[in-house]
Structure formats: C-alpha cells, structure tokens
Write a protein that binds this ligand. Structure first.
Ligand SMILES: Cc1cc2nc3c(=O)[nH]c(=O)nc-3n(C[C@H](O)[C@H](O)[C@H](O)COP(=O)(O)OP(=O)(O)OC[C@H]3O[C@@H](n4cnc5c(N)ncnc54)[C@H](O)[C@@H]3O)c2cc1C
Length: 437
C-alpha cells in the first residue's frame, strides 16, 4: 500500500500523523527548504504564514468547538500549539517558529515515513493513494497540472495580504499602553490610542498611499476576514474605527484622553520580542508601510521584521469536484486537504487534514466512512465543501454552517454547544472502533 501526501503544511502534517499512527507507510513530499512560496519563510513544516493566532478557544464559539474536537482526536498540531502558546487572552496564539519546530521534530521521528524534499509538478507515479495538501500557495507548476489534468479550468486564484511585524525594542513603549479590550486577557496587547485628528490623517494617508500593483493576471479578491487595511480605509472613513481599530473596552484614565481609535499590537513570541500590527495586513509598498506606520505614536523608530505583502490563494471548486469524504469524484484515490479545498483558516486546514486521512483509512479498510453530523464543528466545516454556491467561495467555520434547531436566540449558542458535544461524542466513539488516534 503506497500513500503519497503532498505538502507538509498544516493539513499535510495532520494527515501524515493519523496515517502513521494507524500503521500505514507514507511518502511525504515537500518543496521546502529548496523552494519557498512567497509567504513561507521557515525551512520547517507547519508554518503559520500570517497571524500567529489560531483564534478563540471559547467553548460556545465555532472556533472553540473545532479546537475541542481536534484536541479530543489528538491533533498533532493543536497539541503542539498548546506547548508553543503565547499570552493572548482567550485566543490560542503561538510562537510560530517554536510551533513549526515542534511539529517538524515530531514528524521527523516517525517510523514508516519517508520525506522527499522536492517540488511536485505532477502526481508522482506508483502510488495507490494521494492526499494533496499544497495549500493556498500551491506552486505554479502543480497548479497548472491540477487545472489541466485533474479539474479543468475551475481552479481559481485570488489574493490575500499579510500584516507587518515590528521589533519590540524599536517601539517607544512609554507612548503606548498595555491592555486588552474589556480586560479580556490582561496585558497581552500593546495599544496605540489615536485622537480624531490623528485618525483622520492616518486614514487619509492609507487611502492615498502607493500600493504594490497587481500583475495583469491577478484579480483583487480578498478574504472578507483578512482585508488589507487600506481596502478597509477605502470602504469608509470609520470602517477601521469600527473594525480592527475599535476604541472600546479600554480604561480612559490609563490613556489620558478619550481615543477615537486604537491600534493594537499582539506579541509574536512568548518573550514579547516582536509584535504584529493586528488587522494591518497590507499591500502598501515597503516605503509607504514605513512612512505611514511610523507616523503612529510609539512607532516613530519602528524596525520592521517583516513587511506586509500580498499573496495568491489557490482553491478548487470543491462542491463540483469533491465527495464529502474529500476525494475526487471520478478519481477516488485522490484526496484533497487544507485550504485548497476551499476552507479558510489555520484550524480549518488542520481539521480537513485530519478528516482526509480519516476517510482514506476507512477506504483502505473497506469500511463505510463515518461522517460527522453537521451539528459538530468538523461536520459543519465539511458541509461547506459541499455547498452548491456559485461561485464557490472559501469560508472559515461559522455558526451559519451548523445544522441548527429552531430555538430562541438566547438559547441558540448553548443549544448548539449541547448538540455539538452530544453528536461529537457519538462520532468519536464510533470512529475509535476502527481508527487509532
Ligand atoms: C498570505 C496568507 C495569509 C494567511 N493568513 C491567515 C491567517 O492569518 N489566519 C488564518 O487562519 N489563515 C490564514 N491563511 C489561510 C490558511 O489558513 C493558511 O494558508 C494555512 O497555512 C493553510 O494550510 P494548508 O495546509 O492548506 O497549506 P500550507 O500550510 O501552506 O501548506 C502547504 C505546503 O505545501 C508545500 N507545497 C506547495 N506546493 C508544493 C509542491 N508543488 N510540491 C511540494 N510541496 C508543495 C508548501 O511549501 C507548504 O509547506 C492565510 C493564507 C495566505 C495565503
């Protein structure tokens, strides 16, 4: 039985972990460190390319439920994320270098695993099963192959932006203040308050700044949840003041005046040696990023450890091409996992990595697959890949994807959680009869 997993990112590593735990031999193909995508910087596996946050852990939030389920199924990446955690209120934020190292070390010591460091340009011959987990930045040659040989022209591209990271030592802390909105998370964030005048000047600068031009084949389509800061500024004067720069939930006595907007910076590592500008993903030119972000108080001498930038996102028309078990209609030995399936987000990518391996194991064992109900987070996420929407758009997990009963609004969150736990217990009990976690 020969299995090839292509891509050692979030989904690929998660899939490999489950396959190896179930005593299969796997060849893992990864183009790093020989070739890096425009967003990947580390030579190691499972790299977070933008924010260092895996979002909230709150029980009643879909993201919290997804984490709960993945941890119950011993997700390798989430288990390591607990070890690489940095303070971040109720969110699970991590030291991205440490997380990547911990996952890589774990993968490297697995038996029955061969790591092949090369860019896959077409499906390697001689395998019985494949999991393609090459992510939103699948290399160009493989994208072309997928479009021409496997899917037709439905493979789509769009673009996303990443936020700058600033060296903590270069920040004038005396002009900023520590604190979280409504004290959720103590002093995890560094904040820069703005008066109305400063805010309006900042918006004006963002709007008129020079942006990196899109190339002729690029279409400016972004994830709604990760819009470039200048795009938000262009949407309306107060869009940022109601979005990532919300001035609410702070103690004004600490600031000395009533802020019109607040910029937040979040720790990049446990030691707090670097901070990212929360929600400031951008496609401004480097020169403009320096000029505009250094105009914020405390950042006058900011040293940028990483500039914001733009990147391509590749995903397939999943409802058209994939079964609910994440394998290709008509070529059922080929599975897809991660962002390329049209799910959006780190934890969602991890989840589809685990699910693709789970369904592959069922197939190899010739057992009818157990599908999680859409009242669970895993099932709700999976249901997105089957949504017949035109055009198919990537989505993160949200409450709208859950199968819900018609209950009063104030009971809704509790009831969804209650149902989720109940159905997930049934699902996990059942799969544990066949699969080791
Ligand atoms: C710029 C950008 C910013 C993002 N920011 C966020 C964010 O802040 N929060 C969030 O939740 N989600 C974010 N996402 C979305 C998504 O969660 C991440 O991209 C996530 O890493 C996807 O996981 P994955 O396993 O699908 O792909 P990846 O983690 O990217 O893994 C794919 C792996 O495949 C390898 N590979 C690619 N092509 C080949 C090939 N031909 N042969 C061999 N190996 C190959 C790559 O080197 C990589 O290691 C962002 C996406 C992008 C593009």
């Amino acid at each position: 039985m020969k299995i090839a997993v292509i891509g050692a990112g979030l989904a690929g590593c998660e899939a490999v972990n489950l396959l190896i735990k179930n005593n299969f031999s796997v060849d893992l193909f990864e183009m790093k460190p020989k070739k890096l995508s425009p967003a990947h910087k580390l030579p190691t596996f499972a790299e977070l390319v933008c924010s260092n946050s895996l979002k909230t852990t709150r029980d009643t939030h879909p993201q919290g439920m997804l984490k709960y389920e993945l941890l119950k199924l011993n997700s390798v990446i989430l288990s390591k994320a607990q070890l690489a955690k940095v303070p971040s209120g109720d969110a699970l934020a991590v030291d991205r270098v440490l997380l990547s190292k911990l996952v890589t070390d774990e993968i490297m010591k697995m038996k029955n695993l061969r790591i092949i460091n090369k860019e896959v340009e077409e499906l390697p011959q001689g395998y019985d099963y494949y999991i393609i987990a090459t992510g939103p930045l699948t290399s160009e040659s493989l994208s072309e192959y997928l479009a021409s040989e496997l899917l037709g022209s439905e493979s789509l591209y769009f673009y996303d932006a990443i936020a700058p990271i600033i060296d903590a030592e270069s920040i004038d802390m005396s002009r900023t203040f520590f604190g979280s909105r409504y004290d959720k998370g103590g002093d995890d964030y560094l904040n820069i308050p703005l008066t109305k005048e400063e805010y309006l000047k900042f918006i004006d600068a963002l709007r008129s700044a020079e942006k990196v031009p899109l190339r002729s084949f690029e279409k400016p389509r972004y994830y709604e949840g990760c819009l470039p800061v200048e795009v938000l500024a262009e949407r309306g004067i107060d869009t940022l003041a109601y979005g990532p720069m919300k001035p609410v939930g702070f103690d004004e006595r600490k600031i000395g005046f009533k802020p019109y907007a607040v910029v937040q910076l979040r720790r990049e590592d446990k030691e707090g040696t670097a901070y990212n500008l929360v929600g400031f993903q951008t496609k401004l030119t480097i020169k403009e990023q320096e000029r505009i972000f250094r105009s914020l108080r405390g950042l006058e001498r900011a040293v940028f450890l990483r500039y914001g930038s733009i990147h391509r996102n590749t995903f397939i028309d999943a409802p058209k091409h994939l079964n609910i078990t994440l394998n290709l209609k008509g070529r059922e030995n080929i599975y897809f996992a991660g962002q390329i399936t049209g799910v959006e987000g780190y934890v969602e990518s991890i989840a589809t990595g685990l699910l693709s391996a789970l369904f592959l194991i069922f197939r190899i064992k010739n057992i009818s697959p157990v599908i999680p109900s859409a009242r669970t987070a895993l099932g709700a996420l999976l249901s997105h890949t089957q949504r017949e929407i035109t055009p198919y758009q990537p989505s993160g997990l949200h409450l709208g994807l859950f199968l819900k009963e018609d209950v009063p609004k104030k009971l809704k969150e509790e009831r969804i959680l209650e149902n989720e736990r109940k159905d997930f217990d049934i699902f996990s009990e059942e799969i544990k009869n066949f699969i080791s976690f």
